[in-house]
Design a protein around this ligand. Structure first.
Ligand SMILES: NC(=O)c1ccc[n+]([C@@H]2O[C@H](COP(=O)([O-])OP(=O)(O)OC[C@H]3O[C@@H](n4cnc5c(N)ncnc54)[C@H](OP(=O)(O)O)[C@@H]3O)[C@@H](O)[C@H]2O)c1
Length: 333
């Protein structure tokens, strides 16, 4: 099969020809058709994701394709299923554990999906709706599931809630769409007025340019009325969390998912306790969460689809910060 492997932070990805993997007992062989990129893939490539990792990993976590063969004990009828692969294919359901996290694709010591084939556990995939493209399916495993888990995995947003979504990347665009579908009001921040206009077309009520309005947290609270927003999808990390804590109402929830401005940093712990804010760390979600997120029926916003031969350009597109929604790679027709 054709695949790409990491080749240092700045050199082009290494294109390789390798033997096809073979499914063992309880496993599926997937013919991969599409993959999408996440911010994580850029920092894995630069070896900045934290923890040890293999230098020549097959990158990318998010893929979709067709079941091409099954291992012992898996019904033959599964051949031909159109599926999206779980970000952590061994986290089928139940509580999160370090062992499940260690199985996340395209990071650490686990090869990812920028290849023509992959073997995964039989329970590690979710069926795609029949009329969805593989690119749409491949948009979900990390970004879609994370957004879904932020909004529905904790207290759960309700119709009429106000949700603040930071930025217009993969996770944030899904969060905007899912929150609107649940009947919430959505406030979006962005560095770009054009992107804010696009976000309004997707149903955001108000956009705040975080470059022009550095105290966007207070502004969001004011727009929400009452005592602030009910929920924040926090993708920025240390550079944004204190604004998020300012935006949220007492007793509200901040889903902490992002590291765009780095790991660690100063956090206003006083605000968390005085406002009794629920700060909830989210690490993607299970295969069961992937199925639930797909059942939302929300068609993902796809920024651009690159052919397999131009995989490096897909990384460049994500790094440029010009994208809106998901950057994708078509692996096969
Ligand atoms: N914990 C998890 O399970 C999990 C899962 C997925 C992603 N993440 C994390 O979530 C973050 C977003 O991931 P992604 O894949 O959606 O990234 P992405 O597609 O690259 O999008 C990043 C977007 O964030 C916005 N942004 C950048 N700096 C910002 C800042 N200082 N304040 C507000 N917004 C800012 C930008 O929006 P504008 O261009 O509109 O300004 C940018 O387009 C990353 O840190 C990623 O590691 C975590």
């Amino acid at each position: 099969m054709r695949a790409y492997r990491l080749n240092g932070a700045t050199a082009p990805l290494a294109r390789v020809e390798e033997a096809d993997p073979r499914p063992g007992p309880g496993e599926l062989l997937i013919d991969l058709k599409a993959a999408t990129l996440n911010y994580r893939d850029t920092i894995v490539r630069e070896a900045r994701y934290g923890g040890e990792q293999r230098a020549d990993l097959i990158p990318l976590s998010d893929g979709a394709g067709i079941v091409a063969a099954v291992g012992e004990g898996v019904p033959q009828e599964r051949i031909g299923e159109r599926v999206a692969i779980g970000f952590m294919p061994r986290w089928i359901e139940g509580p999160f554990t370090a062992a499940k996290q260690a199985e996340a694709l395209g990071g650490g010591f686990v090869d990812g999906v920028l290849a023509e084939r992959i073997v995964v556990p039989a329970g590690g995939v979710a069926r795609l709706p029949d009329d969805w493209s593989f690119v749409e399916g491949a948009a979900y495993p990390c970004a879609g599931v994370t957004a879904w888990n932020c909004l529905f995995g904790g207290r759960g947003i309700r119709a009429g809630d106000t949700v603040l979504v930071e930025g217009t990347g993969g996770v944030s665009t899904f969060a905007l769409q899912l929150a609107r579908a649940a009947g919430a009001r959505v406030i979006v921040t962005s560095s770009s007025d054009d992107k804010l206009a696009q976000a309004r077309k997707l149903g955001a009520e108000i956009g705040i340019n975080y470059r022009d309005t550095p105290d966007w947290g207070a502004r969001a609270a004011q727009i929400a009325g009452g005592e602030g927003v009910d929920h924040v999808v926090e993708v920025g990390g240390s550079g944004t969390i204190n604004q998020a804590l300012q935006a949220v109402r007492p007793g509200g929830e901040v889903s902490l998912v992002g590291v765009l401005t780095g790991f660690g940093g100063d956090v206003n712990t006083g605000a968390i306790l005085m406002k009794a804010i629920n700060v909830r760390g989210v690490y993607v979600g299970s295969v069961s969460d992937l199925s639930a997120a797909l059942r939302s029926g929300i068609r993902p916003v796809i920024d651009e689809v690159f052919p397999f031969e131009r995989a490096d350009e897909a990384f460049e597109r994500l790094r440029s910060g010009q994208h809106r929604g998901k950057v994708a790679i078509q692996i096969a027709a």
